[in-house]
Design a binder for this molecule. Structure first.
Ligand code: ARG
Length: 477
């Protein structure tokens, strides 16, 4: 390994090989290859245009960087991707390579590569989430009228529909879409020109590199720009929160596909077997999604703790940001994609969802609200229905089956019209409030989510990807 970042002032090339190896991040940040080459290409273009570097050398460097991007040859083993690329240029275009790092430090170089990376990772995540939300919305549309109980405390609570249950999860995932868009905006800031910590005496055209790299803004303070990893934290937070939502959905699926619930059947394409029990159809995919959400939370805590207590400016600790960042990215993308893939493999068993309602008293609140509509104070209605539920339960009669005489023996205010509220047909659909499980409310939710995803994808289409930048920067200017 050659040592570019050492001069006579810093002890020549005497650094201990084990110290070099300990400090190496190449295995991790090789993943920033495209980002680093594109950043260098923009930088060297600007250096040539401003005359900071002789135009001919800038042209040679840009040409070499384009070849590098296209052909991706093996790189010299340096301590990180940035040094490896500079060392490769040193071998390939030795007369020009020494000009590349003019007006730049690895501190703003790393900040740049990471921002480009997070921006790209957000785009991928947003596309994956848009696909997931769309897949759930389609299922919800198909199952909009299938009744099932909703659960609080994992006890049957109120009648809803399968579509409503699915829409709850789609709504949470659509918030994750917005969280990743927020992280993308946080990353959309060009730090190039911040140099090591204080900017430069050279007339760097920061606006030019910002434009070449398709950034919406440039960083406002060089010291902050090299210290800042908020955009990475925002990304990892969005990933961790998505992980928690994915875990919640996965847990519902794991539970609902048990023999005890029997609401869902796992298709052959996603059901795992057991090494011993021949009859098993295990929901491993969903358990893994739930398990991986623990990793996602760990990634967030990991970067928070790495950043906590650092002084301003670049500190080598920050090199450790790559493990949680890439880990969060890989986990979140894999989970979003596998959930979208697994969704069509879930079959609903409407007999079981209906039976779970029929044998219980989940319509009790609707009956109490029926009394409320007659002017009965809610607490009185609540007690009257509670007494009826108790009596029906003692008599082993599901609430939907109680007779008028039976009900009137509990409270004379019950009549046939009120008891009709105990019918399970349309029990979910009767709710009228926006956001509820009522028919119109579900239609509105389907519509809102469809439009939200569409608008999000339209906006995302405006965002430059690394490939867009590469196409743009690949033409010699
Ligand atoms: N490999 C380092 C990192 O990724 C590069 C920055 C090094 N900067 C420095 N001043 N030593 O963070």
């Amino acid at each position: 390994m050659s040592v570019i970042a050492k001069t006579d002032a810093s002890g020549g090339t005497e650094i201990h090989p084990e110290v070099l190896a300990f400090g190496s991040s190449l295995t991790h940040d090789a993943r920033l290859f495209r980002e680093d080459v594109l950043g260098s290409l923009a930088h060297v273009t600007m250096l040539g245009e401003t005359g900071i570097v002789p135009a001919e050398h800038a042209r040679v460097l840009a040409g070499a960087l384009r070849t590098l991007y296209r052909e991706r040859p093996a790189l010299p083993p340096e301590e990180d991707i940035h040094m490896a690329i500079e060392a490769w240029l040193g071998e390939t275009v030795p007369a020009s390579a020494g000009y590349l790092h003019t007006g730049r430090s690895r501190n703003d170089q790393v900040a740049l590569a990471l921002r480009l990376h997070v921006r790209e990772a957000c785009i991928q995540m947003e596309r994956a989430l848009a696909g997931l939300v769309t897949a759930i919305v389609e299922r919800a549309r198909a199952e909009a009228d299938v009744p099932m109980p909703a659960y609080t405390h994992r006890q049957r609570a109120q009648p809803v529909t399968v579509g409503f249950w699915l829409l709850a999860h789609a709504t949470a995932f659509s918030r994750d879409l917005e969280a990743f868009a927020h992280a993308r905006a946080a990353a959309d800031v060009c730090p190039l020109g911040s140099c090591a910590i204080a900017g430069s005496t050279l007339p760097l055209d920061r606006a030019r590199t910002q434009r070449l790299l398709g950034f919406g803004r440039m960083s406002e303070n060089a010291l902050d720009a090299v210290s800042d990893r908020d955009f990475a934290l925002d990304f990892i937070y969005a990933a961790a929160r998505f992980g928690i939502h994915a875990s919640r959905f996965a847990t519902d699926v794991v539970d609902f596909s048990t023999g005890e619930f029997g609401f869902l059947k796992l298709g052959d394409g996603i059901a795992s077997g057991s090494s011993m029990m021949p009859q098993k159809r295990n929901p491993d995919v969903f358990e893994l999604v739930r398990g991986k959400s623990g990793l996602s939370v760990g990634h967030l805590v990991s970067l928070l703790v790495t950043m906590k207590g650092l002084p301003g400016g670049y500190n080598r600790d920050q090199q450790e940001d790559r493990t949680p960042l890439f880990g969060a990215e890989d986990t979140a993308l894999a989970c979003a994609r596998i959930l979208a893939l697994a969704l069509p493999e879930l079959t609903v068993n409407p007999e079981r969802t209906r039976a779970a309602l029929a044998e219980d008293a989940t319509q009790a609140t609707d009956l109490a609200e029926g009394l409320v509509k007659r002017g009965v104070p809610f607490r009185q209605a609540y007690r009257a229905v509670g007494a009826l539920v108790r009596k029906a339960s003692d008599a082993k009669t599901p609430l939907a089956k109680v007779s008028l005489d039976f009900a009137r023996a509990v409270d004379a205010r019950f009549d046939a019209e009120l008891l009709a509220l105990l019918s399970l047909d349309g029990a979910a659909a009767r709710k009228g409030t926006p956001g509820s499980t009522g028919k119109e409310a579900i239609a509105a939710q389907l519509d809102t989510l469809t439009r939200r995803v569409g608008a999000h994808l339209d906006a995302l289409g405006q965002q430059k990807t690394l490939d867009d930048l590469a196409a743009h920067l690949s033409e010699p200017s």
